[in-house]
Design a protein around this ligand. Structure first.
Ligand code: 5AD
Ligand code: SF4
Length: 606
């Protein structure tokens, strides 16, 4: 595994043994190596012997030979830890930790200490969909190490919070939660094993030791690329030490970790296809907390989707910070792939990347697996919508005609300050282009109110963009300055909080009005709905989603099953039904069910 140049692998407290990474670095120093990747086999073997000889003195291999220790050398070499051992430990064991019979723990732990020994883990997720997926990955790793899961906070032995740093408010929620958990930890009966608390994800990555120093009751920290290390971190915490791994990786995609579906009755699943972000929008902390962009190999994504299809799931959402920037470079021959272009009028903040299997290829392959499985993707960047992608969305029945197109602002001046790589005009042109390609497409967007230097005129430009596009769904936020970002270093957070709030309110009001208008165009139409279950508001209604990802509510009554000789049935989660839409608001559609059908045979209209 490659490791980013800036590494922080920190173990807080007094480790009885040196951490494997420190040992690697010491070995490096001792042999005056160049970069790890260029180390020759001879040096690796030499290092193995050297480190086995003494923990303090590190004579050069030449000296050893001169001293006549050659004879002894081979036997020591064979007995000593291998260089692979150091590398594995430094970059976190990949397969070993995912199996309960861990064979090769780090030198300071026994196999038994790495196992969960039936300890109960309570996982709590904050933030975006990526975090929901990360929670499942973390749980998959812990489950394989022998941990059990609980949904009861009181019976937990380990509480892990999967955190978000995108805005100040998200972090404040975690600090408040930690205060509550502190009380729980203090009150813990002495007869029980001590409660361990861990912070996972973006906040662990952003704040690092600040969390451990501020909240002494936090036992472990694991950044978004360090979940494989959770069993080791928890084992260290068992001994009363605080432990942290906030290493970012250039290639960790957890490709081999099959996330555990948290709800066995779920009709849909999220499949992570890439991680990280290279865009460096000036307001955004994500590139700093989740690291560089990297894509999971196509083959492993297809395998996961196939498994989900076999389990009967009816919808997958391909997930990534920049899902449509997907680029699988895992095999040399992929670099001959035909390159795809950016959307017209869009640019990147980074040097053009070449080759690799792109998003259009992946979408094509994924959508062929099961014609009854809906395919969605989130979150895309507007720069990566070449015609190949739009064409596929248009022509494949099972790729949902819904595109999330985060605009962030309607003012070209603000977009430039945000380093988004497009002007308002280019964005609006893309919207027209998409609507021509995919008539009836449902659109959603993200907006930030009150970015650095945003004037009243800029704000009105955003209001006018909302009116012009008429999005079906929207996510609107007040700007929250984040340390480390370009905006933090170069711009002034000069829009007063009350002005940000007022502008946000105005955007929300306009968005709702426009979305209601947009959604009302569905009234009178028959739409294909994937049933999710009972409506939260009424036990006599069912709830599902249309192709555009809008919630559709309809009475739970008998209907004809056209897939089964017209039998009378009630809709079940995972069924496709046709619903005649009778009313619409900014967030929901209502209607009555006509029949049970299939995705392929459905004759949804308008
Ligand atoms: N302040 C407010 N909103 C932000 N977002 C990202 N960073 C910030 C910030 N510093 C919003 C963007 C992004 C969404 C996920 O969160 O709109 O698309
Ligand atoms: Fe953040 Fe921009 Fe990357 Fe989205 S594209 S995660 S807003 S830096």
């Amino acid at each position: 595994m490659l490791v980013m140049p800036v590494i922080l692998l920190q173990t807080v407290g007094c480790f009885s043994a040196m951490h494997p990474l420190q040992r690697v670095l010491r070995a490096q120093r001792c042999l005056r190596w160049g970069p790890l990747a260029s180390v020759s086999r001879l040096l690796l073997r030499t290092c193995r012997a050297c480190c086995n000889l003494s923990s303090t003195a590190c004579p050069s291999p030449e000296t050893q030979q001169e001293d006549g220790v050659r004879k002894d050398f081979s036997s020591r070499l064979a007995a000593g830890p291998t260089f692979q051992h150091f590398l594995r430990s430094a970059s976190v064991p990949q397969e070993k930790l995912s199996s309960p019979d861990v064979e090769d723990p780090p030198p300071y732990l026994t196999v038994d200490e790495l196992l969960g020994r039936q300890r109960k883990v309570y996982l709590e997720t904050y933030g975006c969909q990526m975090n929901v997926n990360d929670t499942e990955i973390a749980w998959s790793i812990l489950q394989k190490s022998g941990y059990l899961r609980t949904s009861n906070l009181q019976e937990a032995d380990v509480i892990l919070l999967v955190t978000c740093s995108i805005r100040e408010k998200a972090e404040q929620t975690i600090w408040n939660r930690l205060r509550h958990l502190k009380a729980l930890k203090t009150k813990r009966l002495r007869s029980r094993v001590p409660l361990k608390i861990g912070i996972l994800g973006c906040m662990a990555e952003r704040l690092k030791e600040e969390i451990l120093n501020r909240e002494k009751m936090v036992d472990i920290l694991a950044g978004p690329d360090a979940y494989r290390d959770l069993p080791r971190l928890l084992a260290v915490a068992e001994s009363g030490q605080q432990a942290a791994n906030v290493l970012l990786s250039l290639d960790e995609t957890y490709a081999d970790v099959m996330p555990v579906q948290t709800s066995p009755s779920a009709t849909s699943a999220f499949v992570s296809i890439m991680r990280g972000c290279d865009n460096m929008c000036s307001y955004c902390i994500v590139p700093f907390t989740r690291g560089r962009e990297r894509s999971r190999p196509v083959a492993s994504i297809l395998e996961e989707v196939r498994k989900l299809s076999e389990q009967g799931l009816k919808e997958v959402t391909l997930l990534g910070q920049n899902v449509n920037s997907f680029r699988d470079n895992s095999e040399v021959q992929f670099n001959n792939a035909v390159s795809t272009n950016l959307s017209r009028g869009f640019s990147t903040n980074y040097k053009a990347k070449q080759g690799g299997l792109r998003f259009a290829h992946l979408l094509d392959q994924v959508s062929r697996i099961d014609p009854e499985m809906r395919i969605r993707f989130t979150s895309p960047h507007p720069k990566d919508f070449p015609d190949e992608v739009l064409q596929l969305i248009h022509e494949r029945d099972n790729i949902c005609k819904h595109i999330h197109l985060p605009a962030q602002s309607g003012s070209s001046r603000v977009l430039e300050a945000m380093r988004r790589g497009y002007s308002r005009e280019a964005y609006v042109e893309l919207i027209h282009h998409i609507r021509e390609f995919i008539p009836g497409v449902s659109l959603s967007s993200d907006f930030i109110a009150g970015f650095c230097g945003e004037t009243e005129e800029d704000h009105l430009q955003t209001v006018s963009l909302l009116r012009e596009v008429q999005y079906n769904t929207g996510f609107l936020f007040a700007y929250s300055m984040r340390q480390k970002t370009r905006a933090y270093h170069r711009l002034k957070d000069d829009v007063p909080e009350e002005v940000k709030s007022r502008r946000l309110e105005e955007l929300i009001t306009v968005f709702r009005k426009e979305a209601t208008k947009a959604n009302k165009t569905s009234v009178g139409c028959t739409q294909l709905v994937l049933v999710e279950g009972l409506s939260k508001r009424s036990a006599t209604d069912l709830c599902g989603r249309n192709d555009g990802n809008l919630k559709v509510i309809f009475p739970d009554v008998e209907m004809e099953d056209v897939t089964n000789s017209g039998l009378r049935v009630r809709a079940q989660p995972g069924d496709y039904v046709l619903v005649k839409i009778t009313s619409a608001s900014s967030q929901t559609l209502k209607g009555h069910v006509l029949c049970k059908t299939t995705l392929k045979d459905s004759s949804a209209c308008c």
